[in-house]
Write a protein that binds this ligand. Structure first.
Ligand SMILES: Cc1cc2nc3c(=O)[nH]c(=O)nc-3n(C[C@H](O)[C@H](O)[C@H](O)COP(=O)(O)OP(=O)(O)OC[C@H]3O[C@@H](n4cnc5c(N)ncnc54)[C@H](O)[C@@H]3O)c2cc1C
Length: 144
């Protein structure tokens, strides 16, 4: 059975998961890239070293964000949201990094996946803290 998720179910997926995919289109190219994130009910917070995704979101801040939960190929839930990329600085960046750290530290063991081991997380200097302010959202599911 295929269906549409209610807003609160979409919210639950966004709160529960920690890995999502950013879709961005800039200068004639589309880029889909996985990131680790934290959701606060309105915004998706992330961090990144400077690279293609940050350059593209700076050029085209209206982005798409996708998260899914897969039990098996006939049982899954998926949320898609559109939102606006905003770079954070000062207290907002510190708050975002603290949010990421507290949510992700128990799950983190690599250089890219969590802020604890990332240059952006160590000094607050070498990376970019950002949020995607979510607007329109949709959700679908399949279950037996
Ligand atoms: C589960 C998971 C969580 C992650 N969490 C984060 C995070 O929170 N923050 C973060 O910055 N990065 C995270 N990464 C890594 C992220 O997906 C990118 O690989 C990395 O951020 C570099 O992206 P960039 O756009 O700066 O690429 P650049 O270093 O600028 O390189 C761009 C080039 O590399 C290729 N490329 C980049 N990333 C990938 C990829 N994942 N797979 C295949 N090709 C790729 C592009 O196609 C392009 O050709 C995560 C990856 C995974 C799988």
């Amino acid at each position: 059975m295929l269906g549409t998720l209610e807003p609160e179910q979409i919210d639950r997926i966004l709160h529960t998961e920690t890995v999502g995919r950013i879709g961005v289109h800039a200068e004639g190219r589309t880029y889909v890239v996985p990131i680790t994130y934290v959701y606060d009910g309105d915004n998706v917070y992330g961090h990144s070293a400077l690279g293609l995704k940050i350059r593209m979101m700076r050029a085209a801040p209206d982005v798409c964000f996708e998260v899914d939960q897969i039990d098996d190929l006939a049982s899954w839930r998926s949320a898609i949201a559109w939102g606006r990329y905003e770079e954070l600085s000062g207290d907002l960046a510190t708050a975002a990094m603290n949010l990421l750290r507290s949510r992700l530290a128990p799950l983190t063991s690599s250089e890219t996946v969590g802020p604890a081991g990332h240059p952006a997380g160590q000094a607050g200097l070498a990376g970019v803290a950002f949020r995607i302010r979510l607007a329109e959202r949709s959700g679908r599911f399949e279950k037996r």
